[in-house]
Ligand binder design. Structure first.
Ligand code: AVJ
Length: 325
């Protein structure tokens, strides 16, 4: 596409969503960015995934937060005299609320800064959380993680306890996770704390089943991104011509999801772009990296943190790891 065309095309073509989709589907190994899973339908499907029997990570981390928040807040208090709590990608805060309630009961004087890219999420939290946690001081920050971390530093001089839960770190490859943790460390002060949720390596079948649930919700979740491209970018994906193929490699801990083109086919996007698929050609959709405990420690040290504590669910399938900057 030349510069003149860029100036005359309709507005969907100026969106980063459009640019990212075209870039990903034009690459030799086609891919789509998993951050685009979460439109309104994707949010709803992800809620369903979190409730479904085969998907264990949410229940595991809920087990940790609902049963060990007292222990967690004691450790926080031991390592940091006074702090604010920042949550990266707060969502509906159903897990962190247990910790917030506990800190409230221990009469800790803190402000909770949930950071989320969705302004709806922030508005909702600011309305609902003070009802569920009476007396809570909350200041939502709507924007990118690192920008909002800097803003929170300006808003209050206190040390920060940063929550990065939900195994969201798994959506990075190990290299990307290292880069992310280094950048995060650079945005923190010595003495700040970071609590990260890691999904741990375990029986490979258990992991594979979590991304290949029997109800087909994860399949629908992946195919929804094609539907979203149809809806928002005027494309004509026939989703019946794609299979969902998750795979887990226990030797690397990488759980990857692909869509497979069942036939040779062409897809049109925004009227003028044509993407060709060969039979069995893949679209790489998402990574959900699994960690050993040694690997979490290694990541901490390699990014300038010191591991200080770990909290596990009953089955030891998941770990919330506390690191000190
Ligand atoms: C939100 C990134 C933690 O990787 O387990 C769930 C997303 N994808 N099922 C994960 C997801 C398919 C989830 N995270």
């Amino acid at each position: 596409m030349n510069a003149t065309e860029l100036l005359t095309v309709p507005c969907t073509k100026h969106s980063t969503f459009y640019a990212d989709v075209i870039k990903g589907l034009s690459a030799p190994q086609k891919y789509l960015d998993s951050k685009y899973f979460y439109d309104a339908t994707g949010d709803r499907l992800f809620q369903e995934i979190m409730r479904c029997e085969d998907y264990y990570p949410t229940r595991c981390e809920m087990d940790i937060l609902s049963n060990q928040s007292a222990a967690i807040s004691n450790v926080l208090g031991r390592h940091c005299r006074s702090f604010d709590v920042i949550e990266l990608g707060a969502g509906d805060a159903t897990k962190s609320i247990h910790l917030l309630q506990q800190l409230q009961q221990q009469h800790r004087d803190y402000t909770y800064y949930p950071i989320d890219i969705s302004s709806n999420v922030i508005d909702l939290l600011e309305h609902t959380l003070p009802v569920e946690v009476p007396g809570l001081s909350i200041q939502g920050l709507n924007g990118e993680y690192m920008d909002m971390l800097l803003l929170a530093k300006d808003l209050s001089p206190k040390n920060k306890v940063v929550l990065f839960m939900g195994a969201n770190i798994g959506n990075f490859t190990p290299d990307e996770a290292l880069q992310f943790c280094r950048t995060l460390r650079a945005h923190l002060q010595p003495g700040d704390l970071l609590l990260t949720g890691f999904d741990l390596k375990k029986h490979p079948q258990v992991i594979l089943n979590a991304y290949n649930d029997r109800q087909g919700i994860t399949r629908a979740f992946n195919l929804n991104l094609l539907h979203r491209i149809n809806r928002e970018l005027g494309a004509d994906f026939n989703t019946q011509q794609f299979d969902h193929y998750p795979m887990y490699d226990p030797s690397t801990g990488a759980c990857k999801s692909y869509l497979v083109s069942k036939t040779t086919q062409q897809v049109h996007i925004a009227e003028d772009v044509v993407i060709g698929f060969r039979e069995n050609e893949l679209i790489y959709m998402e990574i959900s990296q699994k960690y050993s405990l040694e690997e979490t420690d290694h990541l901490a040290f390699a990014s300038g943190f010191t591991p200080v504590a770990r909290f596990f669910d009953r089955k030891k399938w998941f770990a919330d790891c506390l690191w000190k900057a």
